[in-house]
Structures are given as C-alpha cells and as structure tokens.
Design a binder for this molecule. Structure first.
Ligand SMILES: Cc1cc2nc3c(=O)[nH]c(=O)nc-3n(C[C@H](O)[C@H](O)[C@H](O)COP(=O)(O)O)c2cc1C
Length: 511
C-alpha cells in the first residue's frame, strides 16, 4: 500500500468526536476523580463517562462508551432494533485504506520511546476489587499472521506488570491465540500494536470473527476508507485516527506468566491463569488524546461495554446463520445481562410448520457461546422481558416445545459447566400453532385490547343486527355510543319483541 497524498477527515471516526455527539442523557462528564474511584463511578453509571483529569493527570479518561444499545445505534446512525441488520449490510462494503505518512497521522503527533514510553503514566485504573493489577481494557489489537499476510484484529486486556511489560489473556480459543501458539512454537516473537481510544464502530469490528483480513472490517463497518499508518517499531498498519497506539511484541516464552484474577465478562472472577507477556516498544498518541477503559464485569452487566459489544456480535452471527436456514427472520436480540451471548431471542414469521425448530438448530450451530434460544412469532416484542415472559408462560409446553442438545462445544469460562469442556443447549419454541390458508386465530389466541369503536355506523341498532352478527363493541360503534349501558337496555327490551341469540364468538344476532 503506497502512502496517499489526499488526507481523509481524521476526526470523522475519532472517539473524542463521538463523545462530543452524546447529550447529557448519554454521557456523564466529571472534572476529576482519583484513579481508584473510577471503577465505582463506572459501575453506577448506565451512561458513558468522561473524566477530564483522572488521577490528577492531563489525559482525560472515558469509559463505558459502548455500554448501551442506543449508543451503539447512534454510532451506526441507526435504531436499536435495526442495529444487527445495519451491521450485516455494512459488512458487504468493500474495504478501502488510505495509508497516511507518519508525519500526518494524528496518532503520531506525540511519540514516546525508550524510558519515555511508560504504561504507568497512562490513566490505567483498577477495575474490580480482586483484579491482579490495573488493566488496560479497551485495547484493540492488530497482529499480522505471517502465513496468510492477513491482519488479525481483536480486543485483548492488558494487566500492568511494570512500566513496559503487561500480561495478555490468550487462553480462550481465538485467532490471535492460534497465531501466537504457531509463532512461539517456532521460537518467534509476535509483533503487535494496540489502539486505545477508538470509535465504537472499531470495537464492533474488532469483536467480529469473520475469515479474511480483519483490518478491512474497520473500513467496511465505518462505510469509509480507513486511514492507516505504519507503526514506528514494527511493520503493522494501524488506524491513524486512534487516540493512542501502544506498540510492542508478545515474547516467545509461551503461556508461562501468571495473569489475573480478573472480573470477567460473565459477571464472575476469572482465576489466575498462565499467559504470555507483552513488551512495549513505543507509545504514540494525539496531542489532545483521550484514554479509554472498557467496562467488563460487575453488578450491572447489561450496562457494560463487553456485554453490549458481545450482544451485537452474537446477533450478527446468529442472523447470518438464520438467513440461510429459514425465510422470514423479523428480529434477533441477544440479552446483554448474561454477557450478551448465552440467551438469544428470535422473532420469526413461520411459513411452514417446523421452521421454529429449524431456526433453533441453526442458532445452536452458529456460535458455540449461545446456550438458550427462544423463538417467538412476530407479534412478540423480543426487546421486552415482559412480552417474552408472557410468551413463555402461555405458548410453551416443556414436553412438546423444548429442544435439548447435549455434548456441544461450550465456552470454557461458563461456571455452570463445572469443568466440563462440552455443554448443553436448549431451544424454546414459543410460537403459536401455524395457521392454514384463510384461517384466522381463534378468540382464545387473540390479545384483548381496549375497544376502539371502529365499526360501521348504522341508522339504528336494529339495522346493524339486520346486517349480520355484531360484537358489543360493534353495536356501540353502529350508533356512535360513547357509553354502552343504553345498548344493554335496548338488547333486553328487544329480546322481548324479537328473539336474539349469540354465536360461538359471543356476537349478537337475530335468531
Ligand atoms: C472489552 C473486551 C475485552 C476482551 N478481552 C479479551 C481478552 O483479554 N482475551 C480474549 O481472548 N478475548 C477477549 N475479548 C474477546 C475477543 O476480543 C474476541 O473474541 C475477538 O473476536 C477475538 O478475535 P480473534 O479471534 O480474531 O483473535 C474481549 C472482548 C471485549 C469486547
């Protein structure tokens, strides 16, 4: 890629610009806070948080930026319900890059090397009471797979172990883990760079696992060319418009250093694990850079960055699998409170009997992390816990509508596995019996609502009943009645003159 002479708008996808676009319902601004207090402020805040002078320093710190569906939708310029389809639509965009000369890259305005590059000068805070040390958590990693030449992008936390060394968590199956095992097995280091301070779109791109060069995902999801700059101390290309880039390498020693404990994204602590080390070779940043932290765990899981990012990723992966399995997917929602991947809701317009079960099977296979799938008809609002509860209570029989699959690949962190590597999945078919052509739902499946009196007007109640059977509401509409009691009296009087009966649905008619 040759450096380009035409410079893009470096602020269009700048984190700072995104924060400026949030109103006070979405962003809590605080002038200062001790670093030790940052976690408690974030834990209490459903809003994103911006602390101007954390720990008395000059570098502002923001957190919880992606911790709500509405903020993610705002980042993509869409609605909360349309979010997964908007991401799927953008994934089809052809990626484009603009390589920026280092002198013009905003993230290279300040360059720190040697003893100047020091992780402990950054506003990195202790996130949970029992964490092993302060962690950098909103860190998007860029690594090139030497065998394919593709850039792998993910999000990996970094546990501070010193000024220029940090632990990285590479235990769960991931592409970076595979690259690292391959390279360290050959006795080679893995050059790596972390962007800290990124637009929510970049975070969504980083959490996607789609085969190919993942640097392109940032461009596709931005729906714009990605400005990239070559790192100072290695050959990687990274976003030129990030707030910070931390460059370095993973050493070749393997999974040998204790890392953790850490408050994990399932809402429990992860234990101390053996993990590789990251060594810093340079830190570069914008002159007025903002540092970023991601919320991971705690009592309000649904508000965390991780849960919201995971939820959207789950929805996108599930939706793509459903598109090939069934015809009319109306909505997919991964509830965030459990971490954003265990419980998935699908609204489906079935065309033929059994499609709900096909959908359940497709979701089971789409992501190892999904455990429970709830399929509903389109009349149920999948974003509403109360609607889902109603559907589960009134449309489900466990011996008929439950699908259980055992021995499937599972997420090792799930404590309910009690150490097993394989787990169970359950599908809940909450759909109503499918209607045949021309059939309508019997009364016992129809939802009571307040009368709307939208029936036809008639000159008299007698004329209305001559026309055919009528519900009481239709009799009120027939005469424009705003009361109804006079119709009860009329029915009583009329019955003495001309016999009235009621049909199976309770409509009045002349015998
Ligand atoms: C805020 C955040 C922090 C994360 N931290 C880690 C981590 O430390 N280790 C890890 O294996 N995955 C972590 N993940 C999940 C990975 O980033 C995600 O699975 C990614 O898709 C992996 O990419 P890869 O398979 O391309 O390497 C994190 C996700 C988020 C949103």
């Amino acid at each position: 890629m040759a450096p380009s002479s035409a410079l893009p708008d470096f602020d269009a996808f700048r984190l700072k610009r995104f924060l400026q676009s949030l109103n006070e319902d979405a962003l809590l601004r605080q002038p200062e806070a001790a670093l030790g207090d940052v976690a408690a402020i974030l834990e209490r805040s459903p809003r994103a948080v911006l602390i101007e002078r954390p720990g008395g320093g000059d570098t502002p710190l923001c957190g919880n930026v992606a911790g709500s569906r509405e903020r993610l939708a705002h980042a993509f310029g869409t609605t909360a319900a349309e979010l997964p389809t908007e991401v799927i639509r953008r994934l089809r965009n052809k990626p484009e890059f603009i390589e920026v000369p280092p002198a013009q890259a905003p993230v290279r305005e300040v360059v720190l090397e040697g003893s100047d590059c020091d992780l402990t000068r950054l506003p990195v805070h202790l996130q949970h009471g029992l964490d092993g040390a302060p962690y950098i958590s909103a860190s998007i990693d860029f690594v090139r797979d030497p065998d394919t030449g593709w850039t792998n992008v993910g999000v990996r936390r970094l546990m501070l172990r010193g000024r220029r060394v940090a632990g990285i968590d590479l235990v769960a199956p991931s592409d970076l883990r595979a690259i690292y095992l391959k390279q360290s097995g050959r006795g080679a280091r893995v050059p790596i760079a972390f962007a800290v301070g990124s637009h929510p779109i970049d975070h969504i791109a980083a959490t996607m696992r789609i085969p190919g060069d993942e640097l392109g995902l940032l461009s596709s999801l931005r729906a714009a060319p990605l400005p990239v700059v070559r790192c100072l101390t290695n050959d990687l290309l990274v976003p030129a418009d990030a707030e910070f880039i931390i460059e370095g390498y993973l050493d070749e020693a393997g999974h040998v250093e204790p890392e953790g404990p850490y408050g994990e994204f399932l809402g429990y602590y992860g234990v101390v694990k053996k993990n590789p080390l990251f060594h810093v070779t340079a830190i570069t940043h914008r002159r007025d850079a903002i540092f970023q932290t991601a919320t991971i765990s705690g009592p309000n899981m649904a508000w965390t960055d991780t849960a919201q990012l995971n939820a959207l990723r789950t929805e996108v992966m599930v939706w793509r699998a459903l598109e090939t399995a069934v015809r009319e997917v109306k909505g997919v929602f991964a509830a965030p409170a459990n971490g954003g991947m265990f419980n998935v809701r699908v609204a489906l317009q079935q065309r033929v009997p059994g499609e709900a079960r096909n959908a359940i099977a497709a979701v089971f296979g789409s992501l190892s992390n999904v455990k429970h799938v709830f399929v509903v008809d389109p009349d149920i609002d999948i974003f509403s816990d109360t609607q889902m509860d109603w559907a589960l209570g009134t449309r489900f029989q466990a011996d008929r509508d439950l699908v259980v699959q055992t021995g499937m690949r599972a997420m090792p962190l799930d404590p309910s596995l009690q150490g097993s590597r394989q787990g169970a999945k359950a599908g809940f078919d909450l759909t109503l019996p499918l209607l045949g052509p021309g059939e309508s739902r019997p009364l016992e499946y129809r939802v009571p609502e307040a009368p709307r009196f939208q029936g036809r007007r008639f000159d008299s109640l007698e004329a209305a009943l001559e026309d055919g059977p009528k519900y009481f509401e239709e009799l009120m509409a027939a005469t424009g009645s705003g009361d109804g009691r006079e119709i009860v009296r009329w029915l009583e009087d009329m019955a003495a003159v001309r016999p009235l009966v009621r049909d199976d649905e309770g409509r009045y008619r002349f015998r």
